[in-house]
Design a protein around this ligand. Sequence first.
Ligand code: ZN
Length: 284
Amino acid sequence: MEDTLTIATAEGVRIYAITTKNLVQEAADRHHTSHLATAALGRAMSGALMLAATMKDGERILLKLKGDGPMGEVVAEAQGTSVRGYVGEPDVFMPLKNGKLDIGGALGQGTITLTRYLQNGESFTGHAELADGEIATDITNYLYMSEQTPSSVALGVLVDKDGKVLAAGGYFIQAMPGCDEEVLEKLGNNVAVTPYVTQLLELGYTPEKIIEVLARGLEFDIKESMPVKFSCGCSKDKILNMLAALSKDDIDYLTEQPDTEVHCQYCNKVYHFSSEELKQLKTN
Ligand code: ZN
């Protein structure tokens, strides 16, 4: 089944639901992540894609959760239907907590930062303390504290003992301004009796089916469904532009090396630059 994002409206509320099994597997393969890092990265990327769906064409979301725990940070960037991301320590390991991957323990205490890059070239960045480091609650808390938006976010990634992604995805319910209190209460009750999102995903629920479960008893309208994917926009030219911003001494040092290897942080692709290629930086 293809990774899919579905958007619906229900009586003044927007509901987003997403499946991301394939793209989380791709990110895990690229970054060689541990079970724990795969789950954290998968949750962050799923959340970032749904947040990006609230933005206009060409706008971008950068979601960063950074803590004092052994994982360091989890970063996901989404634009439209594409997402990329990485974790600070891809091989992080923690004992299970209550039989579950301890993402909150691996992140520790810290901050969630969300930057929205707008069409007009402006960007807005907000911060909040991590609520529990489990990512979904942190996003909900951030949206409420920093952007005064009531929402409900659930994210889940199920990884088998060999590290293979069995299921991934989540949902995001966002109240629109002026939304009826009764509708919110009804949705709140629905959420309270809905199984964990990981269980729904494991059962093979599509985003549309997840929305049906969440919005039962309400008038709802499926607006659109679209495929989503892992995609990194890096290229040799872009990396070369970044290297051009280094100090003259650093560039001098690199041009003396026969080969310079640069990893893209987001997709782990390796780029090689010869001394000759780097010498161009000095003439440009
Ligand atoms: Zn890349």
